[in-house]
Design a protein around this ligand. Sequence first.
Ligand code: FEO
Length: 168
Amino acid sequence: MIDEKMQEALNEQVAAEFYSAYLYLSMSSYLDSIDLPGASNWMRVQYREEIEHGEKIFDYVMERDGRAVLKAFDAPPTEWRSALEVFEAAYAHEQKVTALLGNLLELARELKDHATEFFLQWFITEQVEEEASVKAIVQQLRLVEGSKNGHFMIDRELASRTYNPSAS
Ligand code: FEO
């Protein structure tokens, strides 16, 4: 059975993942409101991935014979000043999530919970990918600041993202 401290920390992470989902859904709505449907789609896909992350941890706690408990989280912001500000905020948020996962990994090591340590590896790798993809969009948006044409091109590219549930 999973250690109670680990269980509590994982349950907190479930809330953090669902907050991420809410944040990206909110960003998706804002991006739609400033006529960037492709960027809005990109965030909607991100939202689905976060739900998947939350569910993976939720399921894992139960698999370890623990009790998955859902916790409250704050409402996300609803307004930003530009697409660039949205993606910068998403990047900063992912960096925070990476730090949270690092803390979870430390705790698993402290408790010699090898199963959780192994389980968290997937999330740590996923974070590298998530940070890199958001950072790339931030860089593109910085390059086209003030250009409607540039935004149009980026938006078209972001429209092509689709949700592919992870196999693991
Ligand atoms: Fe589930 Fe974007 O971290």
